[in-house]
Design a protein around this ligand. Structure first.
Ligand code: GAR
Length: 188
């Protein structure tokens, strides 16, 4: 039996696409749908090209949770991967999928986490701090932003000359390399 994973993404969806492509030849993992909270997010375009259905739900739908639970049930989803998903995951969903929801954060938590710390804001903050390293954190999702148990971290150096864009590039490279591997290790 294969494991059916729903990908949640709010923006470009490059991680979602990379994950799907990484598992194309692995019949143990299926990615039957992508869920977004933004109807014009580029992830929908990627989904169309990959021939995977993608759906948009409003913030209100996420607060209610019922519409999300319904579609996850309809698609017989076992686990959820947040790949650049920026809304808070409702408590009901966390309880419906205990230890089955993971997130990637583009920095070394517990630093640079919490509300408002997402995407480019994180890299700007790292740059402003003068820190000499950044990286990625893959963690379980609980009801507080970025506070679930850490599953995996990887680091990259930050040079004084690095711009926030350059830090983002280094972090994305780590994400593309490790996120699929961590998913495989965790749920094989
Ligand atoms: C990724 O860098 C991911 O770590 C980050 O958003 C980016 C999405 O890129 N997630 C967060 O900031 C969550 N707090 P993508 O849409 O190209 O995959």
């Amino acid at each position: 039996m294969s494991l059916r994973i729903a990908l949640f993404a709010s923006g470009s969806g490059s991680n979602a696409e990379n994950i799907i492509r990484s598992f194309l030849n692995d019949s143990k993992f299926e990615f039957p749908l992508i869920i977004s909270n933004k109807k014009d997010a580029f992830v929908h375009e990627r989904a169309r090209k990959l021939d995977i259905p993608s759906f948009t739900f409003s913030r209100e739908d996420f607060v209610k949770a019922e519409p999300i639970l319904d579609i996850l049930k309809e698609y017989q989803i076992d686990c959820i991967v947040l790949a650049g998903f920026l809304l808070k995951v409702p408590e009901v969903l966390i309880h419906a999928f205990p230890d089955k929801i993971i997130n990637i954060h583009p920095a070394l938590l517990p630093n640079y986490g919490g509300k408002g710390m997402y995407g480019h804001h994180v890299h700007e903050a790292v740059k402003a701090s003068g820190d000499t390293e950044s990286g990625i954190t893959i963690h379980c999702v609980n009801s507080n932003y970025d506070e679930g148990n850490i599953i995996f971290q990887a680091k990259c150096p930050v040079l004084p000359t690095d711009t926030a864009d350059l830090i983002a590039e280094k972090v994305h490279a780590l994400e593309y390399d490790y996120f699929p591997k961590v998913i495989k290790n965790l749920w094989s």
